[in-house]
Write a protein that binds this ligand. Structure first.
Ligand SMILES: CC(C)(COP(=O)(O)OP(=O)(O)OC[C@H]1O[C@@H](n2cnc3c(N)ncnc32)[C@H](O)[C@@H]1OP(=O)(O)O)[C@@H](O)C(=O)NCCC(=O)NCCS
Length: 169
């Protein structure tokens, strides 16, 4: 098994992998168009030339990145692929010198094993401004916010995405 950066021709396979687990709310649904536009966020997990998993790292800025859409084909789980995906994305975040990695999940035990701790989504205004505010489940969110690294002390305000504001922490 190995991971590699995703390319546009992988988008349909990534879409299939995510769709398998988005029906029951395990993963957030991602449209094929959204995956194509953000394909440079994605990595894929391959075995014998076949794509069996995927994951994404979304960069907000030097203060924060988010791991998203981690999934492994059910037939290939429990063989270290999920961990390999997370470790590859963490290593990419390190290369970008991002100080905090966050994620939102209904599978906190898996990420706790990989060193993430449970946090508060209020500590992540970038995420709230970008995604949570428009989410129909904003007031009944059942996802656990998890973090690795330093709590962000900056955020990108939604109305001015080209500068950072200091948080009152
Ligand atoms: C979560 C998921 C990616 C794990 O993939 P995987 O290839 O089975 O994971 P690994 O084999 O690398 O497991 C790494 C460790 O996590 C544990 N683990 C795996 N899935 C777990 C789960 N759902 N809950 C708790 N622990 C889990 C494994 O037992 C293993 O622990 P060990 O090293 O002590 O044996 C996979 O189950 C999946 O695709 N689930 C559906 C989508 C999902 O829930 N994504 C994450 C939420 S964003």
């Amino acid at each position: 098994m190995r991971t590699r950066e995703a390319l546009l021709p992988d988008a349909e396979r990534i879409h299939d992998l995510i769709s398998y687990y988005s029906g029951d709310g395990t993963l957030l649904p991602r449209s094929l168009g959204e995956i194509c536009e953000n394909v440079r966020d994605f990595i894929v997990l391959e075995e014998a030339g076949r794509i069996i998993g995927c994951g994404a790292l979304h960069l907000y800025g030097p203060h924060l990145a988010e791991i998203r859409s981690i999934t492994v084909n059910p037939g290939y789980q429990k063989r270290g692929g999920g961990e390999l995906l997370v470790q590859s994305l963490l290593s990419e975040a390190r290369e970008h010198q991002v100080s905090c990695i966050c994620l939102f999940t209904r599978t906190p035990q898996f990420f706790a094993k990989l060193g993430f701790i449970v946090g508060q989504r209020e500590d992540l205004p970038d995420k709230i401004n970008r995604d949570c505010r428009v989410c129909p489940r904003y007031h009944c969110c059942d996802e656990v916010a998890m973090l690795k690294g330093e709590l962000p002390r900056f955020a990108v305000p939604p109305e001015a995405a080209n500068w950072l504001v200091k948080l009152q922490v």
